[in-house]
Design a protein around this ligand. Structure first.
Ligand code: FE2
Length: 344
């Protein structure tokens, strides 16, 4: 063989080899597909740190919880999703009811996540509390000491709320059904509707602003929105917080309703091992701190210490320890009674 031809042949072989190896190397690259409905920019570090630790690349698809749930359902057995991470027990329960998750057994998760914050298929990784906020001039804290007190005629024309279809309300009302029963909770919901300052609309941040301005006297808000305002670099936001009081309700009964952000492994996952590894990572000290410091949530792992002035300002409180699995059983009842009560 002519020298040049031989060189070409060798080069060709080398090239073929490189191309042949490429797909193999690519197939060996570990990738995890995460569908995420957490809408917080600060989560970037949460994901990139997992890749740094494990070498497993994350493909993330962001969307609203309902969209992602529908999508996984429509994709069926072909769904590329390995993990679904979202907020609110109500969303996680829908995923469960639709058979989207598979059971996960993990010694790490069982030892790190308290029993009331996990189910056989999904796990809470952070908590937030739904507290009562009131305009200091319009409403006395003693008049809004419990969720139940929100139906009192004293509060006529003062309450602002989210839609009765919003997961935050569904979970809160499901917890009240668990504690007080369906009939009493329906009665309560009718009382709250009779006290509304305006039809249910807007989100927690809108309500915080409306309570501060006096447009509403009372509302319910997640602690992470409040801590965000308390920690704000904007003077007007910190001043706004001075006009409203934060009540940690039900301290002599069940405690403050706790909501969560959580995740589970998708039933059709082709990367089960890496998916479980990711959930275990979310329970690690470092990931737990990202939740707290990035988005003003409390770690689900109670031993993890955090520094967050806004959360410290809200203070210590007795939290409702109702297991999420129990709460989930009352979500359908909650939706129906809110409909009947006209809380739309
Ligand atoms: Fe939120």
């Amino acid at each position: 063989m002519h020298a040049l031809t031989r060189r070409f042949a060798l080069a060709a072989t080398a090239t073929t080899l490189a191309f042949a190896l490429l797909p193999v190397a690519h197939a060996k690259e570990r990738v995890l597909n995460i569908y995420s409905a957490r809408h917080y920019q600060t989560d970037e570090a949460l994901y990139s740190n997992f890749t740094k630790q494990t070498g497993i690349k994350i493909n993330r698809l962001d969307g609203r919880a309902e969209e992602l749930l529908e999508r996984i359902r429509n994709e069926g057995a072909n769904s590329p999703a390995d993990v679904l991470i979202t907020v609110d027990a109500a969303n996680l329960s829908v995923a469960d009811a639709w058979g989207i998750f598979q059971p996960v057994q993990s010694k790490v998760l069982e030892s790190r996540i308290p029993a009331n914050l996990r189910t056989p298929t999904w796990f809470a990784f952070s908590t937030r509390a739904r507290v009562i906020i009131h305009n200091r001039k319009l409403v006395k804290p003693a008049d809004v000491a419990t969720y139940e007190s929100l139906s009192s005629p004293k509060l006529k024309g003062l309450i602002c709320v989210r839609s009765g279809m919003h997961p935050y309300n569904l979970s809160l009302v499901a917890s009240l059904v668990a504690h007080n029963g369906e009939a009493a909770t329906e009665q309560w919901a009718r009382g709250v509707v009779a006290n509304l300052a305006m039809p249910p609309r807007g989100g927690d941040t809108d309500h915080i602003k409306s309570v501060a301005s006096g447009e509403c006297g009372v509302a319910i808000a997640n602690t992470y929105y409040l801590a965000r305002m308390l920690n704000s670099e904007k003077v007007e936001e910190r001043n706004m917080m001075k006009r409203l009081g934060i009540v940690l309700p039900n301290q002599s009964s069940q405690g403050v309703h706790i909501n969560v952000s959580g995740a589970g492994v998708v039933k059709t996952s082709k990367n089960r091992e890496a998916a479980v590894q990711f959930l275990e990572y979310l329970a690690s000290d470092q990931a737990q701190r990202y939740f707290a410091e990035g988005n003003n949530e409390w770690p689900a792992v109670s031993a993890v210490k955090i520094e967050n002035e806004g959360l410290e300002d809200i203070g210590e409180f007795k939290a409702d320890s109702l297991p999420l699995e129990k709460l989930s059983q009352h979500l359908v009842t909650a939706q129906k009674l809110l409909d009947r009560a006209g809380w739309r």
